[in-house]
Write a protein that binds this ligand. Sequence first.
Ligand SMILES: [Zn+2]
Length: 573
Amino acid sequence: MAQYSAVGSDHHIAQGASSQRHEYLLGRWIGALFAILFRENAMQIDEQHKEGISVTQSKTTKSTTHWLPRSVLASALLVFGACLVVPLATVEAQTAPAAYAAAKNDPVKLRNFLFRMPKGGDLHNHLTGSIYAESYLGWAAEDGKCWDIPGQSISPGPCASEQVALAEVFPGGRETPRLSVDPMVDALSTRNFRLREESGHNQFFATFARFAEASFGRRGEMLAEVTHRAGRQNIVYLELMQSLGMLEAAELGKATADLDAQLGQRVDYAEVDKIAAAVVAQVDAMEAKARAVNRCDSDAASVGCQVKVRYLAQVLRTWDPQEVYVQTVLAYKLIEADPRIVGLNFVAPEDHPVALRDYRMHMQFIAEIGTLFPEQTKGITLHSGELALGLVPPENLGWHISEAIEVAGARRVGHAVDIAHTPDLYPLLKKMAAQQIMVEINLTSNDVILGIKYPYHPFELYMEYGVPMALSTDDEGVSRIDLTHEYQRAAQTFDLSYARLRSLSRNALQYNFLPGDALFDDTYKGKISGPCANQSAAEELSSGCAAFLDASEKAALQWDLEKRFAAFEASFD
Ligand SMILES: [Zn+2]
């Protein structure tokens, strides 16, 4: 199995790459023989999972002519190869699985394959952490902000001593810095973090305070950046986490909340409603600005305009109980108030002393307040088990995931890498599989923050037990990655098949929090029941299927992804 030697850049993926990239062919007809053999390979890969290849297998079967046994073809190829060795053009694989099989051990080709491959979505993606440092520095320069040299951070103007006006660093705009900004970019991200005297964990979390000032007033530009980046990668959907209104909710909690009062009377709900209304207005403004930045109403619209975006309200879990409580109420209120806000999450370092101390209490908060918002409890996802031995005492390991699921009612869990420490490991895995509790997998983040990577990452354990997973970035700006990078990392680290990658892509829509019934019974097998069961994405919709998709926002987007897969797979014909 290919493994990563380091993180943060595609440059590091080369460990498993074939040292031989040169391909030799003996003319056109031998090329055809190769193509047949490649197809056979692809079929063997997919045949392990016979029903998971509805589109690709039928294409393969249709286009392959078995007029000679494979052994004869291979022998012919070897004989001619021994006689005539001439450099030839690269063979173009003629199905997506074949192209994937051919690219799998070549990180350059694999990057391109996965970049173009449709990806359902990114369900674990913090908006402020998704912005690249160069953008923050550029906006800060335009907004008259400063670089604080001792703090290695962006600070508000006017600039004091030991601070540099960023406008002077970027006199001609964000693309023309006067000085090297490399140290600033490093300070605002985990780039080159191994050269610093800080752990990946501390560097990662320190960046958020360093760039926060630059995010103020720039939400629209931030949304434009992440959607544009997603659109370029053929990503259909984003569920972005942000904490709009949470500071105000925490202040309200600190000033007025009474956690000893009866449920429903612990908080001034009318005040929370006012905060929720202000957040909805902020989301309106942010989306309008993003559409303007991406020129969505013009002929020159960014690909980002095609990306559907929904939001998760993120509660900061390292504050006092009253503050966390009212944030949680606000999160539920926001889901109730605005269909664009589809769920909630608890964030900030799970290993923080307050987060550890209050974890059980927080799960109770989510459950109790959820009884007042039963409809909104469908959108609960929680960072849980983002912990490692050594980072915290062993007694803190092995129970956060089960508490999130069993007490708080989480439908998805983020990271979930400490599961090996769970006393009842196998019953928990079976329960997650049975209840279809999806795990949001963040491979680069886990490596940098926790030092957890193959073979210590539980990805294969979840796969073995049929626990659904989707790949996500966590913080693509801080980590200097993108979602394609995470697909590549997963593909190479775990030696995944094309069918598995397609399933991971589908899962991001199957388990998102959009309303409506999901399309698939099984994303891996491609099994669909109901009115769209015998429908191909390349055909005209039956009236029953069209009605089903009309009634389900989730399934409609899933169908869009299937159409993209059909087009992607047809591109290899
Ligand atoms: Zn996260």
